[in-house]
Design a protein around this ligand. Sequence first.
Ligand SMILES: [Fe+2]
Ligand SMILES: [Fe+2]
Length: 169
Amino acid sequence: MGRSDRKKVIDEIARYAGQVIDSDAYRECVGFRHHCRTTIADHMVHVAVVSLSLCSLLSFTNPDRERMVRISMTHDLAMVHRHEYSRYTTAFRHPFDSAAIAEDILPLSRKEETAVKRHMWPLCVLPPTCREGWILTLADKICAFQERFGKNIPWAQYVEDSRKGASDR
Ligand SMILES: [Fe+2]
Ligand SMILES: [Fe+2]
């Protein structure tokens, strides 16, 4: 992804997820390690970036880009509480708790809520019910792999810079 493409997609995320980015729950994610080398905030922005690329690729299916950003930027909000879960229940509990936290920040539609709750599919058995939900489950897995083995990119910082730039303008 080139610099100007990246800026465009980051600005889109900052615009659609403004309420999330300004929330205390998201602020906690900024300083919280995830997938060994990244943070939960970096991971969620990364998932939003990859999801939007997949939306462009699958544009003939007419995905809703705003919905895509809303669910990507909230799907792992509860991972900051993972120390409260046992090793075996984290994968099943954090999607439900993330949806509950997200509800306090921005009202999610029924489909968005379901997409967040089922992003660990196929582990959670019940599949997503909308195309953005399917894209989220795929992007989440691609990002988890890249974050473990690929280059570390300060995604959350990019979004924060974009948000600051927009309010300075
Ligand atoms: Fe997750
Ligand atoms: Fe995730």
